[in-house]
Design a protein around this ligand. Structure first.
Ligand SMILES: [Zn+2]
Length: 115
């Protein structure tokens, strides 16, 4: 469904590099050396990770990560941090004050500052 949605939006494929479904499975959507389509202005210098969810029952932005998603995300970030030690881990809305988005609906900068 995600691939169909992104193709409809004109992307070559899923815009993120990684997509983590509720069951904690990490889906590799495009190789990290390939430019992403997930954060305007930052695509050429970032790796995009998305988790399935992000809205509560009322359709409001919310941190809906399952325990499995949190575990997989932490594993993935640790691995990427080994490959890219200087990389900053930021939520989409933390890239710039000009980004008016709620995603990923949690403070990624704070949560992963020790990595
Ligand atoms: Zn986003």
């Amino acid at each position: 469904a995600l691939r169909r949605c992104h193709l409809a939006r004109g992307f070559a494929s899923i815009g993120y590099h990684f997509y983590i479904t509720r069951d904690g499975e990490v889906h590799i959507c495009r190789p990290v050396h390939q430019i992403g389509a997930h954060a305007t202005g930052w695509n050429d210098k970032s790796i995009g990770i998305c988790y399935e969810g992000g809205l509560n029952e009322e359709g409001q932005p919310a941190d809906t990560r399952t325990y499995a998603q949190k575990c997989s995300l932490l594993d993935l970030l640790r691995q990427l941090k080994t490959d890219y030690p200087k990389a900053k881990i930021l939520g989409h809305y933390q890239l710039s004050k000009l980004v008016h988005k709620a995603c990923p609906c949690f403070d990624a900068k704070k949560e992963y500052q020790e990595l």
